[in-house]
Design a protein around this ligand. Structure first.
Ligand code: BGC
Length: 724
């Protein structure tokens, strides 16, 4: 098998230096996955300084100001949908045993990237096929220089198989000892979710089985073998490899994982794993090509070409890679978590990020994946109904933080109870899918979600005796205003999604599907549509919430003394909550999602008002501002904000996982922002109003719209759309 190739500067993310401060960031950036199985970019041999079995109690906290426990390195193996129950954090994704382990000794010196003498180090992730390469020269204590080359990928078309390969070449005869293992001593956010663990070694194989505290069984098996060396492992021990000067020895490792979430108890056995592993071994040489082919297909649909801006091109490739890696259209029982399954922050939960930031990318490039994300919400409707019931409301209340059942998993009541806009976001996701695909049958299949969320609003809205209707006590997208009345974004979204619901009901009737909305509920829905307020101040600024203009004005420069850290760390929460300080776009989400909501003059006025108060402490913020600036024709400001979004994960930002909403946002920054594509729920036709940054000579991408695929090429603000 030969998948060693030269890194390409537009398609590879490269680490050229070992640096203790950036190790964890690269682990996130170098995450690989098949949708089904996800792994972080840890070293095969681990780091002695970072034991993986450290236990600590992670407390629920405000995510912006908490200082999570940061081990030096964090192994991460995740199968979306395999979750455990944490006593304080509720349900979280489980970090599974690490089957990547390959421990290496050379003449009794243990390889460790911190302590060994490593020269010519480089590690590079090829975004085209998801292959991670690492190479370096190891200057051993015993005087040999060993060239080590590591390669690995998660097979996209056999998604529970991981392929690893290592080549050793020494300048003199020496002995190396290698041990392949599965590390079961791993924790998730410092917690042990395994109630049973077993491990055994048979010949060159390692077998493990763990049972999680949510009763899922996960079985893993790995096998190590060599193509050019007679390699036998002594069950659980190191295997000797005698290296002859200048002769390369290649060692391969195949790993396979299965769970009782996917298979019956009977099917999920070591026999099945063994069969799978041996059939993969037989076609070992074609595994890479099969994987690369899948990636080529995915890239053909979603590739964005930016001529004239290598930095943006590479960063955009990086974002799209992670979106594709994290997605799995074959499993609609999970969505994509906030950290893109590349780390444990946000506990593997699904947020409004799904509908607002992720679905658009998939919907316009690969609608099958968008469909599965929408189906996830249909599948979790019962959980959403339970959430509503707990509070005594009718209908369904989608969880602010969802895991696999739809029951609320956010450990902080402020967000769980108040960030109710999620219900309207979910409804928009469904309507958006319908408008972009024209799939009426699927809309009818989703109708219960629209109906049940609508029923919730009829209870959650307050109908006053004087005829006023308010939605009070909410948190809008700006999480620095945790309890407010009539949040503009929430109200705008509720009104629009209720209108869509009534339209959807009519469509459902065509298919003889009737709904159980009562007369009273229908009349309340109509009243909300008519009367839910959007309030402006005297200068015509749309107020984020009632009384926003009376909130305290802050001297940001005085308070925020180190802008490399989030603003939220410099102010008490109590003061933050009653001040004009925004975590992220809130009112401005309206003109971003609804181009027709305001004229350009009103958008400018609102932009100028809110921008000065916005801290962008959330990674979901800059890109929205970039999109609005692009629409206003201020491409310079749009480009600056776009570049800020590009840098969020490229650096140390990905240490706890990839900011996957921002990745989807970046695609939107290009297509919705600079290319000015109109949303399908506002425009029946595919239309563009481009404003490219002056640095970009040409922009090209593919778009799916109502069942057809188009190639779009924009140069000198001339748009050519060709059906493909
Ligand atoms: C943001 C939310 C977002 C969440 C997950 C928070 O910091 O304020 O809008 O949904 O992160 O990405």
């Amino acid at each position: 098998m030969n998948f060693y190739k030269q890194p390409d500067k537009l398609w590879c993310i490269t680490e050229n230096k070992l640096n203790k401060d950036t190790t964890k960031g690269f682990e996130g950036m170098f995450a690989q996955g098949s949708g089904y199985l996800q792994i972080r970019g840890t070293f095969e041999e681990g780091l002695a300084a970072a034991p993986q079995n450290e236990e600590y109690m992670r407390m629920p906290a405000n995510v912006t100001i908490e200082k999570p426990h940061h081990p030096r390195s964090k192994s991460g193996v995740y199968i979306p949908g395999i979750t455990g129950t944490h006593p304080l954090l509720k349900e979280e994704i489980v970090n599974l045993p690490n089957f990547l382990v390959l421990e290496v000794y050379a003449d009794e010196e243990k390889l460790d990237m911190d302590t060994s003498d490593i020269l010519n180090y480089s590690r590079s992730l090829d975004l085209r096929d998801g292959v991670l390469y690492r190479e370096f020269d190891w200057n051993t204590k015993f005087g040999a220089m060993i060239k080590c080359e590591y390669t690995r990928f998660v097979s996209r078309n056999t998604p529970n198989i991981v392929v690893q390969s290592v080549r050793f070449t020494a300048d003199k005869d020496c002995q190396i000892d290698v041990k392949s293992d599965i590390n079961t001593e791993v924790r998730t956010n410092g917690f042990n979710h395994f109630i049973k663990v077993s491990k055994s070694y048979i010949d060159n194989k390692v077998l493990t089985q763990v049972e999680t505290d949510n009763q899922d069984k996960v079985l893993m098996m790995t096998e190590i073998f060599s193509e050019n060396f007679d390699f036998t492992a002594d069950e659980g021990d190191y295997s000797e490899i005698i290296l002859t000067a200048d002769k390369t020895v290649t060692i391969n490792k195949l790993s396979c994982a299965m769970t009782t979430r996917d298979l019956t108890d009977e099917e999920c056995s070591f026999d099945t794993l063994s069969e799978k592993l041996s059939s993969s071994k037989q076609k070992f040489n074609s595994l890479y090509n099969d994987n690369a082919k899948e990636w080529i297909d995915m890239w053909n649909r979603s590739k964005v070409i930016i001529d004239g801006d290598e930095n943006a091109q590479r960063a955009v490739n990086f974002s799209i890679y992670h979106l594709l890696r994290a997605s799995n259209y074959k499993d609609n029982r999970t969505a994509i978590c906030a950290k893109g399954f590349a780390g444990e922050a946000y506990f593997g939960h699904f947020f409004w990020d799904t509908e607002i930031y992720l679905i658009p990318f998939f919907l316009y490039t690969n609608p099958e994946i968008a469909k599965s994300l929408v189906e996830f919400r249909i599948n979790t409707l019962n959980g959403a109904k339970r959430n509503a019931k707990v509070y005594g409301y009718d209908g369904a209340k989608y969880p602010w933080e969802s895991s696999i059942t739809g029951d609320e998993q956010c450990p902080n009541w402020q967000y769980a109870d108040n960030e109710v806009h999620i219900n309207a976001d979910v409804a928009l996701g469904i309507w958006h899918y319908f408008c972009a695909t024209g799939d009426e049958k699927f809309l009818v299949k989703s109708i219960d979600v629209l109906i049940e969320t609508a029923k919730y609003w009829t209870c959650r809205a307050e109908f006053k005796a004087n005829g006023e209707i308010n939605i009070n006590g909410v948190m809008g997208p700006d999480e620095y205003c945790c309890f407010s009345n009539n949040n503009a974004y929430t109200n705008y979204m509720v009104v629009n999604t209720l209108k869509y619901t009534l339209e959807a009901v009519k469509i459902a009737e065509k298919y003889n599907v009737t709904t159980d909305l009562s007369e009273e509920q229908i009349s309340k829905i109509k009243l909300i549509i008519k009367k839910l307020p959007l309030k402006c101040n005297k200068s015509g600024i749309l107020m984020q919430c009632d009384g926003f203009d009376k909130f305290e004005e802050l001297d940001f420069d005085k308070i925020w003394t180190d802008k490399s850290k989030p603003f939220g760390q410099f102010i008490s929460q109590e003061r933050n909550y009653r001040s004009k300080a925004l975590k992220q776009a809130d009112v401005l989400m309206i003109p971003y999602l609804f181009n027709k909501a305001m004229d350009k003059e009103t958008i400018t006025k609102n932009y100028n008002y809110y921008y000065k108060y916005t801290t962008h402490d959330s990674s979901l913020s800059c890109i929205i501002h970039s999109i609005i600036c692009a629409h206003l024709g201020d491409t310079k400001a749009a480009y600056n904000l776009f570049n800020k979004s590009l840098s969020i994960d490229l650096g140390t930002g990905a240490a706890e996982g990839i900011h996957i909403a921002n990745c989807g946002g970046i695609w939107q920054g290009i297509v919705i922002g600079f290319a000015g594509m109109k949303w399908s729920y506002e425009n029946d036709k595919l239309e563009f109003e481009p404003n490219l940054p002056k640095e970009w000579k040409r922009l090209e991408f593919n778009i799916h719209f109502k069942g057809k695929f188009y190639n779009v090429s924009i140069a000198d603000n001339n748009t050519v759309v060709t059906e493909i």
